[in-house]
Design a protein around this ligand. Structure first.
Ligand code: ASP
Length: 322
């Protein structure tokens, strides 16, 4: 059995390519890296890789992580500027024995030494959105009240190959107008992603600070290890963290998670409406689902053609200076 599950509609093309690789017997690590790179390279997604929105000073700072569930090897980069494919740098770091989590300048020096492709990641569209934001709120509000903006979409994926290896990976430009140097959950092992080939893998998108508070990806994998099916594990972990955050902090940020276990069963849960995710398995051609919260449960259905059309139209619509 092979399978792959990923956060947001943006993963569809990458997941479709990965599915073809998995049919050919390629590894979960290669498939998931290729799938995330596809998202990083697409200029119209404003929250991952090329085209990602900048921080409060106008710089695009990227976070990415990679985990191999056979060996628990983990690598990540944070606040990385101007490299085309952060996920590949994270994966290379996962193959080193120490110093496998690098941020900022250290990550950039490593990537340059290893010959990773440099690229100016700020696009004209992203610059216009930044200028517009400065005009509307002076760019200051988000410093103290960091919230996922409409269209915040970290890509996170969990992949199981025919040999039983699970790998997970994430990539994001983080939240728009974040403080320079801010790291979200995506490059943090156990928060943004986790993989253990014996139990399963999970990855999350949402308000990074809250995702970290619950080590939520690890929590889902832990629950799957206790015998919960991925859907139950995702729902239980999201409901518990959402409830705890509301109780002790007065509010909970967006939390949306996807998971797959060692048998290729999968699940997804969210505390928002309109969370989309993509799944492909040996038995299921790539499908986009749209999920919504119903109490402590999550329900989802395949995206309609109208929803899919609107998604792309919104992302590729012209952006103009206000
Ligand atoms: N979790 C990401 C972050 O906080 C944002 C997202 O998932 O869209 O950086």
């Amino acid at each position: 059995m092979w399978g792959i599950i990923a956060t947001w509609r943006m993963a569809l093309e990458g997941v479709s390519g990965a599915a073809r690789m998995l049919v050919e017997g390629e590894s979960a690590g290669d498939a998931v890296e290729a799938a995330v790179r596809k998202v990083e390279d697409f200029p119209y997604y404003k929250s991952v890789g090329f085209g990602g929105l900048p921080n409060a000073e106008g710089d695009v700072e990227l976070d990415a992580g990679f985990m191999d569930g056979d060996t628990l090897a983990f690598g990540s980069v944070g606040a990385l500027k101007d490299f085309a494919n952060p996920v590949s740098i994270a994966r290379a770091l996962s193959q080193t024995t120490a110093n496998c989590v690098l941020m900022g300048e250290g990550a950039e020096k490593y990537a340059a030494r290893q010959g990773f492709e440099r690229k100016t990641m700020l696009t004209d569209r992203a610059r216009i959105r930044y200028m517009n934001r400065l005009k509307t709120d002076g760019g200051t509000a988000i410093h103290t009240d960091l919230k996922p903006y409409a269209g915040h979409d970290t890509v996170g994926m969990v992949c199981l190959d025919a040999k039983g290896t699970i790998a997970s990976a994430t990539s994001t430009s983080g939240l728009f107008m974040k403080r320079p140097g801010r790291i979200g959950d995506s490059p943090i092992c156990g928060a943004g992603l986790y993989a253990d080939s014996c139990r399963g893998g999970a990855t999350v998108t949402g308000l990074g600070e809250d995702c970290m508070r619950g080590c939520i990806s690890y929590e889902v994998v832990r629950l799957m290890g206790e015998g919960l099916r991925p859907q139950e594990a995702c729902e239980q972990a999201v409901a518990a963290l959402d409830e705890k955050l509301r109780r002790v902090r007065g509010s909970a940020g967006d939390l949306s998670i996807v998971a797959m276990n060692a048998q290729g069963a999968w699940g997804a849960a969210t505390n928002i409406d309109g969370f989309s995710f993509v799944v492909a398995t040996e038995e299921l051609a790539p499908v986009v689902y749209v999920a919504e919260r119903q109490g402590s449960h999550t329900v989802y259905q395949p995206a309609t053609k109208a929803w899919l059309d609107e998604y792309m139209t919104a992302r590729t619509a012209p952006v103009e200076l206000i």
